[in-house]
Design a protein around this ligand. Structure first.
Ligand code: IPM
Ligand code: MG
Length: 399
């Protein structure tokens, strides 16, 4: 055995431990949640991203302008476009987020982000880290909040996916110790687990939801998932009015398909990778990842995004203007609610349901057989202006 190889690996491991202990210290300095009612102006950054991103971002932007018209006019809210988060620029600078772009993002309070290309081995791009993952880490966006609703099937789930640690935190920092031995690292900290689990319980409490489900694989991944689960049950003791149970991720993926079981789940909290997988599966019941929005929330910053890809082929074939902006607009609704306007967000969600799931006067097909994103956004805005919006929505969801 080569002592030098082992020494190098040990040294590397040592540096990881130091880095993570430092992160724990940072997390211990508990930061206060930002209070948007006290912030003027609230700066909303719009990031187009790659492929169809700039097209659907433009539609989401006009919806934000429509919903926040008064606040934009009186200076409470500023909408700001952020350029440069494109795969070409990121590849040229060999950075998951170029420094100047990150600086611009940090000047905003919240951002609405279009899809960004995640390079992988064999692509024409350098294999840089996903910019989502990088942004979540840089801005400490520890909670990935993903709602999935299918009213007619009794599905109403809210996922709280841990967003800054787990299998992701060292996703680009594994080591090939030798040609034959590859090691990745998975990290769970008490502070990291506690803050996401607490957020899930607080959400349940505030919304009178009586059940929280913790999902891990603690029977096999005993140390880190074991910690997540233990902390979950410890926090549960503070919420005696809420029933807490836990499932392993494998059987959980099965139970989501079981019509009798799945309606019993309400709020689910889980480590990063399991959350990544389970939320894609969950979104499929609602019509696929293209229909879902996703909120990445931290105490200081928040980023809202569509969770589908950038569809470069649509752009190449000249079909970008037919891309469906619904997921990005759903993300915009979450943003509007997050900065303090939940009633307007609810109106937007109702309009999205009516237009996308029930009435369907304009339907995007991704090509010229369907509506354009511009038509669709107008349809949404027109629907929101209906004074009987709520009744109209209720009429549909009863079906
Ligand atoms: C998501 C995506 C990302 C993730 C990718 C693009 C890195 O799948 O937001 O769920 O794995 O987190
Ligand atoms: Mg995913």
């Amino acid at each position: 055995m080569d002592d030098a190889v082992i020494a190098k690996a040990k040294e590397y491991f040592g540096s990881i431990v130091e880095e993570q202990l430092e992160r724990v210290e940072q997390m211990k300095k508990s930061q206060e949640w930002i209070d948007y009612s006290q912030v003027k102006p609230i700066i909303i950054g719009i990031i187009g991203g790659d492929g169809i991103g700039p097209f659907i971002a433009a539609e989401a932007r006009s919806i934000l302008e429509f919903l926040l018209k008064e606040e934009v006019e009186n200076g409470k809210v500023v909408l700001r476009d952020i350029e440069g988060l494109t795969i070409e620029n990121r590849a040229a600078q060999n950075k998951s987020i170029p420094d100047d772009v990150l600086e611009e993002i940090k000047k905003c309070h919240v951002t609405l982000k279009g899809p960004t290309t995640t390079p992988r081995k064999g692509d024409p791009w350098p294999n840089i880290e996903s910019c989502n993952v990088s942004m979540r880490r840089h801005l400490d966006l520890f909670a990935n909040v993903r709602p999935v609703k299918v009213p007619k099937d009794g599905i109403d789930w809210m996922f709280f996916r841990e967003n800054t640690e787990g299998a992701y935190i060292m996703g680009s920092k594994g080591i090939n110790v030798t040609d034959d031995l590859a090691i990745d690292f998975k990290v769970i900290t008490s502070q990291g687990a506690e803050r996401i689990i607490r957020l899930a319980f607080e959400y349940a409490k505030k919304n009178n939801i009586d059940k929280v489900t913790i999902v891990t694989k603690a029977n096999v991944v005993k140390t880190s998932d074991g910690k997540f689960l233990d902390i979950g049950y410890k926090i549960a003791e503070e919420y005696p009015e809420i029933e807490t149970d836990d499932w392993y991720i494998d059987i959980m993926t099965a139970k989501l398909v079981d019509p009798k079981r799945r309606t019993q789940f309400k709020v689910l909290v889980l480590p990063n990778l399991y959350g990544d997988i389970l939320t894609d599966e969950a979104a499929e019941f609602q019509g696929g990842v293209g229909t879902a929005g996703s909120a990445n929330i931290g105490k200081r910053y928040a980023m809202f995004e569509a969770i589908h890809g950038s569809a470069p082929r649509m752009v190449k074939e000249g079909r970008a203007k037919y891309a469906d902006p619904a997921s990005m607009i759903r993300a915009a609704a979450m943003l509007v609610s997050h900065i303090g306007y939940p009633a307007r967000a609810k109106n937007l969600e109702m309009a999205l349901d009516i237009c996308g799931n029930y009435e369907k006067k304009f339907v995007t097909t991704g090509r010229d057989t369907g509506a354009t994103g511009v038509d669709y956004a107008h349809y949404i805005m027109e629907t929101m202006q209906d004074l009987n919006l709520k009744e109209r929505w209720e009429g549909y969801i009863k079906i």
